[in-house]
Design a protein around this ligand. Structure first.
Ligand code: BG6
Ligand code: MG
Length: 221
């Protein structure tokens, strides 16, 4: 069995169902700017910072924008996003997460959040999960966006865990690539087609145990 001492979770699309709200807010901006944008384009933007996402979206159009415009668009997108999440509660925690976190606590596995979002702490508060994490690293704490491993390496440093003994749970290709770049073990949540670089891909964390994951990771070593 692979030795696992800690787990680091992405937030949007792993812990909570907020990926759909990010998409809705970006979509609204795309319509305003007359930029062609769909779910496939949105998939490529998952996991990266707000400004990097905007740059990716603007590249789909044929105009150039000033830095002031870009700041304004990021602010507008964030206002819409915050409107969409304002009534969020525990019901938007994704399937299996609460039980899996409880299981990790029983097994004395440390857990951290590793999110690109500057709204991560607000979202954790809304769904009542802030105290469930031993440490939190979010978009306010890093300078490099996923696929750079900075966010996960900071998380592992806070948890005092070795990347090779730490599992990163991610729903985005950029996030899995970041974890692989940091020498973490990786579990993709979602579809194989987007998460092919992960050690393991699962649909969700319902019924998951650390011993099962360790066994499955062993066969990938
Ligand atoms: C990531 C999301 O977690 O955070 C992205 O996958 C989002 O979709 C990014 O753009 C930044 O989030 P925020 O809340 O700082 O705009
Ligand atoms: Mg995500």
């Amino acid at each position: 069995m692979t030795k696992i001492t800690a787990c680091i979770f992405d937030l949007d699309g792993v812990i909570v169902d907020t990926a759909k709200y990010h998409y809705q807010a970006w979509h609204k901006l795309a319509i305003q700017l007359d930029i062609p944008f769909n779910e496939a384009e949105n998939e490529k933007m998952k996991g990266i910072s707000r400004m990097d996402s905007l740059e990716m979206m603007l590249a789909l159009g044929d105009k150039t924008y000033t830095d002031i415009d870009k700041q304004k668009y990021c602010a507008a997108k964030n206002t819409w996003y915050l409107d969409l999440v304002t009534d969020m509660d525990q019901s938007e925690i994704l399937p299996g997460i609460l039980d899996f976190i409880a299981h990790l606590k029983e097994e004395k596995i440390k857990i951290a959040l590793g999110s690109a979002s500057k709204n991560a702490r607000k979202i954790l508060n809304l769904v009542g999960l802030t105290d469930s994490f031993d440490d939190i690293v979010d978009g306010n704490d890093v300078v490099k966006s996923k696929p750079d491993p900075e966010v996960f390496l900071k998380g592992a440093a806070l948890l005092k865990s070795k990347p090779t003994e730490t599992i990163v749970f991610e729903d985005s290709a950029k996030g899995i690539d970041a974890a692989v770049a940091g020498s973490f073990r990786t579990v993709g949540i979602g579809q194989d087609i987007h998460l092919g670089h992960a050690d393991i891909v699962v649909e969700n964390l319902i019924g998951m145990s650390i011993s099962d994951l360790s066994k499955r990771l062993e066969s990938k070593s």
